[in-house]
Design a protein around this ligand. Structure first.
Ligand SMILES: NS(=O)(=O)c1c(F)c(F)c(SCCc2ccc(C(=O)O)cc2)c(F)c1NC1CCCCCCC1
Ligand SMILES: [Zn+2]
Length: 232
């Protein structure tokens, strides 16, 4: 079962057993430094495995990295859609199941990965948490460039309400596209200013110096799968 998918809220199944997502260790001191890398496909912020999902999944998952998917000044670039609506951008916080030794081992098992996804929209105010990433993008415009950034509260990159989400079993959206991801897609969105969204979609370059834009995979078929919802 491949990702991303179009979520049709008329077809989602309410599942009261889906508990609120709880995070531990997401608030990092500024003396801790994190690698921010332009890998030619997206911008990746490497995360310490001290960040953990402590509720909302049957097993414990710890963070590996987070990255973003975006469009361009001409159009949106989220990977998932909701009722055929594509959002300007989407964040993915990637975690692995701690019953495996590391991400490489975990990513080949159906319960190996948990990705928290949230949609980014344009709002009236600058988002200080996204600014901790966006203010460094000009330093890593070229493919494979990287910089170290001070720690901050990574939870600030996600919506305030972690109770309302969609859940389905899917895949990585980049090769090798292993079908090993238990997806959480939050119902509440995150807001960035227009200037911040413009910086995200115009700063980075991919291979042969082409603009790094529209880095989202096309929608995949549901094949009769049900998307669960933690809310009615
Ligand atoms: N949406 S997603 O989670 O499937 C995803 C993407 F859509 C992605 F597009 C990416 S980036 C493309 C894969 C890649 C390329 C180069 C490097 C490097 O030079 O370090 C690293 C990774 C990307 F990194 C990820 N997530 C990664 C998938 C790669 C293998 C596991 C590592 C963590 C999750
Ligand atoms: Zn992704």
């Amino acid at each position: 079962m491949q990702s991303p998918i179009g979520i049709d809220t008329a077809e989602t199944v309410f599942s009261p057993q889906l508990r609120p997502i709880q995070l531990a260790g997401y608030s990092l001191p500024s003396k801790e430094t994190l690698k921010l890398k332009n890998n030619g496909h997206t911008v990746v912020l490497e995360l310490p495995k001290s960040l953990a999902i402590t509720s909302g999944y049957a097993q414990q998952y710890r963070a590996v990295q987070l990255h973003l998917h975006w469009g361009s000044l001409a159009g949106p670039g989220s990977e998932h859609t909701v009722n055929n609506h594509r959002f300007p951008a989407e964040i993915h916080v990637v975690h692995y199941n701690t019953k495996y030794d590391n991400i490489k081992e975990a990513m080949v098992h159906p319960d190996g990965l948990a990705v928290l996804g949230a949609f980014l929209q344009v709002g009236p105010r600058e988002n200080p948490y996204y600014q901790q990433i966006l203010e460094h993008l000009y330093k890593i415009q070229g493919e494979d460039e990287e910089v170290f950034v001070p720690g901050f509260n990574i939870a600030g990159l996600l919506p305030a309400n972690l109770n309302l989400y969609f859940r389905y079993n899917g895949s990585l959206t980049t090769p090798p596209c292993y079908q090993t991801v238990k997806w959480t897609v939050f119902n509440q969105t995150v807001q960035l200013s227009q200037d911040q969204m413009s910086v995200l979609v115009t700063t980075l370059r991919g291979d042969d110096d082409s603009p790094l834009q529209n880095n989202f995979r096309e929608l995949q078929k549901l094949h009769g799968r049900h998307v669960l919802a933690s809310f009615q």
